[in-house]
Design a protein around this ligand. Structure first.
Ligand SMILES: [Zn+2]
Length: 307
């Protein structure tokens, strides 16, 4: 797991802002960010304030006249926050491929520090799907001894999401370490609207004294690999084993039956014109570069979505 720290309180202002230049008056600040709602990262509620910046560092928080600014940004109706500490961004492409880290910056992640800072799990993915609660608690206790955190893709974000959140909370309470839940959401359509319940589980745990936090995608969608749509037993043994099973008609039929029983919509084989017109259920944003078939498909989606 990687942890990213904001080293010098770099600021992220969301959406595109017009930079205003001011040449008159007694200029004190290189940049002033005005009228934004400040979320200072300390856990406090937001508050309105302007920020004055000199040489890349915050020099003043409060009311600042634009005449004191060499340039200023109007952040009205926007959030002004420190660069995020994010354990898991889903950005496409690593720092070696994009050394300027534009893909991280656009997500609000300003600094990357690598190294072990705790225990992370992906209980929706192989092999995490096969890990039992007690096994993870034992590992989390070791992380707790080193003052680590526990960060997780929880076991289920669909029909069993409540149980999965409770399990994540249980890891923190039984092992004695902070919990971070990735991509907090409800992916099962029939449970949409239940976020009051799921967020109340987090709130109640916090009231009991557990340091538990959540994060969300920066876009209104879910993002993961299609293999999460397959039953766990199909994935047992890794991807090659899964592909071998799916090549067998009987096993494939069994997997399909289980999906139907769970009433979780499996991805469609291909999108029809009507699906796309109504808003496709999923988009293929990445593919294996060595697969010509998938590359063709990727182009198909891009073409349709740009229509
Ligand atoms: Zn993720």
């Amino acid at each position: 797991m990687r942890k990213r720290r904001s080293s010098n309180f770099l600021l992220i202002v969301f959406l595109f802002l017009t930079i205003n230049l001011c040449v008159a008056g007694s200029v004190k600040f290189d940049l002033v960010i005005k009228n934004g709602r400040l979320v200072d990262g300390s856990g406090n509620p937001w508050f309105y304030a302007d920020l004055g910046i000199i040489a890349g560092k915050i020099a003043k928080i409060g009311w600042i006249d634009t005449s004191e600014a060499a340039q200023w940004l109007d952040a009205q109706n926007l959030i002004v926050a420190p660069g995020f500490i994010d354990v898991h961004t889903h950005v496409e492409g690593g720092i070696t491929r994009i050394p300027t880290a534009d893909n991280f910056i656009r997500m609000g992640v300003t600094t990357i520090v690598t190294g072990a800072v705790g225990l992370s799990t992906g209980l929706i993915y192989v092999p995490g799907t096969f890990a039992k609660t007690d096994e993870i608690i034992a590992l989390a206790k070791t992380a707790a001894q080193c003052k680590g955190v526990y960060a997780s893709h929880i076991r289920n974000e669909g029909n069993e999401v409540v149980a999965a959140i409770n399990e994540a909370i249980q890891f923190g309470e039984r092992a004695g370490l902070p919990v971070e839940i990735s991509h907090f959401k409800i992916s099962s359509k029939k449970l949409w609207g239940q976020s009051q319940l799921t967020t109340s589980l987090i709130q109640q745990a916090r009231e009991r004294g557990l340091q538990v936090t959540v994060d969300q995608y920066a876009y209104p969608a879910s993002s993961t690999g299609l293999e999460t749509q397959l039953p766990d037993w199909v994935l047992d043994g890794g991807r090659d084993a899964a592909m071998a099973r799916l090549r067998e008609a009987k096993q494939r039929a069994r997997a399909r039956q289980i999906r139907a029983r769970e009433k979780i919509a499996a991805p469609r084989r291909r999108h029809s014109q009507n699906d796309l017109a109504a808003g496709a259920n999923f988009s293929l944003l990445g593919s294996r570069p060595d697969s010509r078939r998938l590359r063709r498909r990727s182009r198909y989606f891009r073409r349709r979505e740009s229509d």
